[in-house]
Design a protein around this ligand. Sequence first.
Ligand code: ATP
Ligand code: MG
Length: 380
Amino acid sequence: MNVLILGSGQLARMMALAGVPLGIEVRAVDVSNLKVVNPIDKQVLNIHLETAIEAADAISAEFEHIPEALLEQVNRSGKLMPSIEAIAAGADRVKEKALLDKLNIANCPYVIVDNVAQLDQAVETLGEKLIIKSSRDGYDGYGQWRLSSKDQLPEIKQALAELDLKKVPLVVEKMLNFEREVSLVGVRGKNGQLAFYPLVENLHHQGQLHTCVAPAPAITPALAAQATEIFSALANELNYIGVLAVEFFQMGDTLLVNEIAPRVHNSGHWSIQGADTCQFENHLRAICELPLGSTQVLAPSVMLNVIGCDLPSKEMLSVPRTHLHGYMKTPRAKRKMGHINITGNDYAELGEAMQKLQKWLPESYFPTLNSEAERLLQIK
Ligand code: ATP
Ligand code: MG
């Protein structure tokens, strides 16, 4: 079988790696130049985009910010999964909010702004602690501005003045004081079958995911049910095929949706070691119409992102049950370079392993490691 992925970064690479044992060949499109590449080593393949589209049994995307012309070209093949509407809902926060509201799914209070003067009204409606998000092309905290007091309004308005807000409006959200961030990664097959990984807990630093704990500690059955109900409503509405991720803020007993990602997700990387079938294999299985794989957890896991620095020395592998996944990229500030998966018998064992890893993981690049290790050590 042959799968074509739009986007040629680490998510395409990990899908390609997962496809090898199944004999699924994954090619990728570098969306910056429309060249077809091998996503594992990024070698340009001697195949035209049109030929690759023709040859593919299924086509999918590793990120939602795909140039529209390309997305429409691929859509015409009838092989795109998930659908163009699902990808658009992940790419455009205005569409995403409309979808959530249509399905009565709780999300952050917000207003849509297409003129900087409307920010005063936004402060009246939502309060002065706001997070202002560009409705398109945002990821990893890019395209966001934070307002912590009304006094900063003139400064923020100036920063936003250059943007064409009529074309790309802002979604202005109330800054929530949530207890924690959790996410649900699941998969829906062509026949509507659903499978869920457990809720995981995500720790962000400066708008970027640093640490993911799977399963999230202290999840009540009611909370888990809320998450799967929301996921199912979204996936069924979109007639979704493939892996979908839903990011939540937990406020007491309630989950509010932060955003959805119509693709494999960073908060599912732990599943390579920690689950029976990893998210990458399950995405391929879904879009290739194969039976979905079990999402059962094999061991509590932690995933640590390696961001902005070279990969740590492989000496770190001397810590039992640690696995390094490098993406073969050149370091740049805030760039995701790889991740480390750790498995253990319980959370305390994960905390111990994280403490041992500190020797190879400098605090400047792993600012949450120490506190997360201590927190996990306390969980019975
Ligand atoms: P990513 O690509 O990492 O998912 P993103 O750029 O798509 O990020 P969001 O997920 O919307 O952007 O926001 C990034 C992070 O900023 C969130 O995970 C959360 O920590 C914080 N954040 C976003 N919205 C709010 C909010 N309304 N209140 C408080 N914190 C928020
Ligand atoms: Mg997010």
